[in-house]
Design a protein around this ligand. Structure first.
Ligand code: FE
Ligand code: FE
Ligand code: ZN
Length: 263
């Protein structure tokens, strides 16, 4: 993965900690881990942003689903300690009709059980589009999770540009206001990473359909403003656009060029 990332001009990457649909994870090969650490140093990689399986739901109505989510997260965090100091991003969960209150309660309960003292990984809550009963569409909901969690100091936020837009935050027209709002509600020091995706739908649509950079409702100008924003510069930015490898290489070089010219 690291070699592929370097070959397309990236200096960070995301990876699923296990099959994204769930299931049992493979044991880590110490030789693989060692060569990845070596490559990251050599290529000057920033922090990595691991992604939890997206079937994981800490606030399901089914005890077995909640139990799986807690176990998978605990296990992922344990394995990530072989690559210390990186990020682990997850979708807070879907409350499936129980209501946001109960959802947040269950998410906090799960995190309190799973987060460990001395853990070097920062766990990131991803901003969600608000599709179905997703928790974490608003900055307020994310803040309530961080606040309600006894080990909140181990938590941060990963802002997905498609999700916040679909969730109703107009980052095309008022990026600075949205960042002010994030700062006011959560605190920008909690913002640790970005997922860069354009959106196939309108602001507030709550759809969560990613589009290639510049080809969607956000458009190229939004991404120019994002990658050159002084409050966002230096954060790991991960592409989750519908692309093959060459498409990612093109997007990376385009975004790098914009950032370089602004610097
Ligand atoms: Fe995600
Ligand atoms: Fe995302
Ligand atoms: Zn998405």
């Amino acid at each position: 993965m690291g070699v592929t990332a370097a070959s397309i001009g990236a200096n960070t990457f995301a990876f699923f900690t296990r099959n994204p649909r769930g299931g049992k994870a493979k044991a880590l090969d110490p030789a693989d881990v060692a060569s990845l650490r070596e490559l990251m140093t050599r290529e000057g990689f920033g922090r990595l942003v691991a992604h939890a399986p997206y079937t994981m739901n800490l606030c399901s109505t089914k005890a077995s689903v909640v139990d799986f989510a807690r176990r998978a997260m605990a296990d992922d965090l344990e394995r990530l300690e072989s690559l210390p100091g990186n990020y682990y991003n997850f979708h807070p969960g879907s409350h499936v009709g129980q209501g946001v209150e109960r959802g947040i309660e269950l998410i906090c309960e799960g995190l309190d059980q799973v987060l460990g003292v001395g853990q070097s990984t920062t766990v990131l809550l991803e901003t969600m589009a608000g599709k179905g009963s997703e928790v974490g569409r608003t900055f307020e909901e994310l803040e309530r999770i961080i606040d309600g969690c006894a080990k909140g100091e181990l938590l941060g936020v990963c802002l997905d540009t498609c999700h916040v837009w679909d969730g109703g935050y107009d980052i095309r027209g008022r990026l600075e206001d949205v960042l002010d709002e994030f700062d006011h509600v959560i605190g920008l020091e909690r913002l640790k990473a970005l997922h860069l995706n354009d959106s196939k739908n309108a602001c507030g649509s709550r759809k969560d359909r990613h589009e290639k950079i510049g080809r969607g409702a956000l458009g190229m100008e939004s991404f120019e403003a994002i990658v050159t924003n002084e409050r966002l510069v230096g954060l790991p930015m991960i592409l989750e656009t519908p692309n093959e490898l060459d498409g990612y290489a093109t997007e990376i070089s385009l975004l790098r060029k914009i950032a370089r010219e602004a610097a």
